[in-house]
Design a protein around this ligand. Structure first.
Ligand code: URP
Ligand code: ZN
Ligand code: ZN
Length: 474
């Protein structure tokens, strides 16, 4: 078994940072050693990685991606191969992607299709959540089967997208009751899709067709309302674990904070686009450029009566928001986003970002929004615990998978097509962004996959992770 010694770095975990050496043996971490202990003990290694002046952190875990998602009349443009290679470039060693079942489709077939897409194609490890887009008797039974037999222990439901993935309150309650029985986490896209569709139709009738109207027809109070309703339903279902995905709005954060304060099993994530982008600076760019930033929930206005960015960063500090994911759902401008020229409602919803989350959230450490340990906690450790992968993933400790990133805090990362950009997209939503910090070396289960500014891994290295139940529940 190959032995790699990562020497002289600062090991950063969710609970602290300390000068440490890390010994990797084969696919797992063999030991975490005090500086100098490896020499004193005569530890030999096939390879030494010098991490002097650098952070050594657990590999990033992005628990919300959509590779090859059929959506908006097209497919998300990253395959499992291109998307997981891009993820590795960005210091991500595990993704949890969303397998799809739509109304009238069979859940088992949906999951099998996702296995077919991913199997043999991934450069890093991967798991699946299951989207339930059609709650019926068969789907409810399948949920329990997936928890018990397939290592799929979380299910995404939608209060948005009527006619596509939407579930009504009765369907949501039934799925939540099923999850309360089998221990699964219910993940919720919380926006009032029925009301939004009315606003969209009215805007189009007025001739308001530009990308910015995507945000103006999805007001933040409709995200707050749906979040509150989802929380109420989760209580009715018996305090079932509820995880609000891709939170963008202060009103939604208020609802989650209140529920958490009451002791409810309510959790939430946000994504970098909601921490940095605005309607005015991004969606409202001249011409059709704003289409690059069309995602749901939408990018919010910096002129709103609520300060969404500030509140979301605070939520991350206060653990009202547990996790940062990306909701990576890439579409090219050409032939994909362009479907919505003249009608914002036809722009495929989604932003690609799996490659940039670790850097973008590290930027929050640089600017004083987050402590260093919270960066690791929200991007690596909590994702593993929330979705039943800890301590195999999310921590650098003896016995854990050797998913490790050597991160250079003095480095610089330039994002953009032609710079750091490996996602299968013809543009970057983060074009021109410059970050203090750089992913130097990435190990996935003990194999070096990124080093020296090159991808040195291989497709097929990544394995399916069968997940257990959430480890946040008593
Ligand atoms: O705009 C988004 N978020 N696209 C992906 C689908 C979803 O709702 O997560
Ligand atoms: Zn969603
Ligand atoms: Zn999503």
């Amino acid at each position: 078994m190959a032995r790699i010694l990562i020497k002289n770095g600062t090991l950063v975990g969710a609970t602290g940072a300390a000068a440490s050496d890390v010994l990797v043996e084969g696919e797992t971490v063999a030991a975490v050693l005090a500086p100098g202990a490896a020499d004193a003990l005569g530890v030999s290694a096939d390879r030494v990685i010098d991490a002097t002046g650098k952070y050594v952190i657990p590999g990033g875990i992005d628990v919300h991606t959509h590779m090859e998602l059929p959506f908006g009349g097209t497919f998300a443009s990253d395959t499992f191969e291109t998307g997981t290679i891009a993820a590795a470039w960005g210091g991500v060693t595990t993704i949890v992607d969303m397998a799809v079942q739509r109304y009238g489709e069979n859940v088992h077939e949906g999951l099998a299709e996702w296995h077919r897409k991913a199997d043999g194609n991934c450069a890093i490890d991967y798991g699946f959540h299951q989207i339930i887009g059609g709650v019926d008797e068969e789907a409810l039974k399948a949920m329990t089967y997936l928890v018990d037999h397939e290592g799929v222990t979380s299910f995404k439901l939608f209060m948005a997208y009527p006619g596509v993935f939407y579930s009504d309150d009765g369907q949501i309650l039934r799925a939540m009751q099923t999850a309360a029985d089998n221990g699964a986490v219910v993940m919720m896209h919380a926006e009032n899709g029925i009301a939004i569709d009315v606003l969209v139709a009215q805007a189009l009738a007025r001739g308001e067709t530009d990308p910015k109207y995507h945000s103006l027809t999805r007001p933040s109070i409709l995200e707050g309302e749906a979040t509150s309703r989802a929380i109420v339903l989760s209580k009715v279902a018996g305090n079932v674990p509820l995880y609000i995905v891709h939170m963008s709005a202060s009103e939604a954060l208020d609802a989650v904070a209140e529920a958490r304060h009451e002791g409810a099993n309510v959790f939430a994530e946000t994504c970098p686009q909601y921490l940095y982008m605005t309607l005015e600076d991004h969606l409202a760019r001249p011409g059709f450029e704003g289409a690059k930033f069309v995602c749901s929930p939408p990018i919010r206005s910096r002129l709103d009566h609520r300060h969404h960015h500030r509140d979301l960063w605070k939520g991350l500090r206060m653990n009202e928001l547990a996790i940062v994911s990306t909701d990576h759902c890439p579409f090219c401008m050409k032939d994909q986003k362009e479907l919505g020229i003249g009608n914002f409602a036809k722009i495929p919803n989604g932003i690609g970002g799996v490659e940039h989350r670790m850097d973008l959230i590290y930027q929050g450490v640089v600017t004083g929004e987050l402590p260093l340990t919270r960066w690791v906690e929200t991007c690596c450790t909590t994702p593993a615990r929330m979705f039943g992968m800890y301590p195999r993933k999310g921590v650098v400790a003896p016995g854990s998978d050797a998913d490790i990133v050597v991160y250079d805090p003095k480095g610089t990362t330039r994002i953009g097509v032609g710079a750091s950009h490996h996602m299968n997209m013809d543009h970057s939503a983060w074009e021109g962004t410059v970050i203090d910090g750089h992913v130097d070396v990435v190990l996935s289960r003990g194999s070096v996959v990124i080093e020296g500014g090159a991808f040195v891994g291989r497709k097929g290295h990544g394995r399916f992770v069968r997940r257990g139940l959430s480890q946040y529940l008593v």
